[in-house]
Design a protein around this ligand. Structure first.
Ligand code: PEP
Length: 255
């Protein structure tokens, strides 16, 4: 039986508060009678509480772009998982390549974040993994994917039934306007699934894990991804800043 697809809008640091509110309203209107999948918007931390108000009465869910692993205390500028849950978030993106690159997030930090998020039992982590261009060129992609999964997830407990979404994002394709070939995404997703099966067992993986693709998806190339067997959805950056285009993407991938 086909499972529900996830379509996640990653707005990054692109919109002011008023622009975020206005785009959230457009999303609410566009998706007013959309029942085909799980639509999630991830505005800036600043815009989360306003977005919650806008989304009231709609099925669109809210996600954050980051979290800190401690519950509270002297951690300047950070936000904890329980704070995000209280603000109305159901999801949080972790380990995005832009945070690994600009904020120097390392394996240990991402691992701690995953654990903190699962501990709340209120938030679903969207864990981003993916190879860079150098790693791809030197045929190390598969190794890198397995390594990143193990570093982020080893020792975590999903047997309480918590969901984990793995977003495969070849970092060299992010923001370029050119996605990878769908067949390549399918292959990478199979590698991810095999690695997860090794770590958690097939039954837990089919129940608790979803694998989605992200990097330069747009209305023009989404069709090729719609029929992939091992694809549970999409993480969309640039194209999620336009409600019309994001709607087309969501509509196509959840058909
Ligand atoms: C991303 O960075 O998560 C992403 C999917 O970006 P884009 O769609 O702009 O490549």
């Amino acid at each position: 039986m086909p499972t529900k697809k996830y379509v996640i809008a990653n707005w990054k640091m692109n919109l002011s508060l008023s622009q975020s509110v206005s785009l959230a309203k457009k999303f609410k209107d566009k998706f007013a009678v959309f029942n085909q999948g799980e639509i999630i918007i991830c505005p800036s931390t600043l815009a989360l509480t306003e977005a919650v108000k806008v989304l009231k009465g709609s099925k669109i869910k809210l996600g954050a772009q980051n979290v800190f692993w401690e519950e509270n205390g002297p951690y300047m500028g950070e936000t904890s998982a329980s704070m995000l849950a209280e603000a109305g978030c159901d999801y949080v993106i972790l380990g995005h390549s832009e945070r690994r690159r600009y904020l120097l997030e390392n394996y240990e930090m991402i691992h701690k974040k995953v654990k903190a998020v699962l501990k709340t039992e209120k938030l679903t982590p969207i864990v981003c993994i993916g190879e860079n261009f150098e790693e791809r060129k030197t045929n190390r992609r598969d190794f890198v994917l397995v390594e990143q999964l193990q570093q982020a997830l080893s020792g975590i407990d999903v047997f309480g039934g918590q969901q984990v979404i793995i977003a495969y994002e070849p970092t060299w394709a992010i923001g370029t306007g050119t996605a990878i070939e769908p067949a390549e995404a399918e292959y990478a997703h199979k590698i991810i699934k095999l690695a997860l099966n090794d770590m958690f067992g097939m039954q837990a993986v089919s129940k608790n894990f979803k694998i989605i693709y992200g990097a330069s998806i747009g209305a023009g190339n989404v069709k090729g991804f719609a029929k992939l067997e091992n694809l549970d959805g999409l993480l969309v950056g640039g194209a999620s800043l336009k409600a019309d285009e994001f709607y087309k993407i969501a509509n196509e991938i959840t058909k």
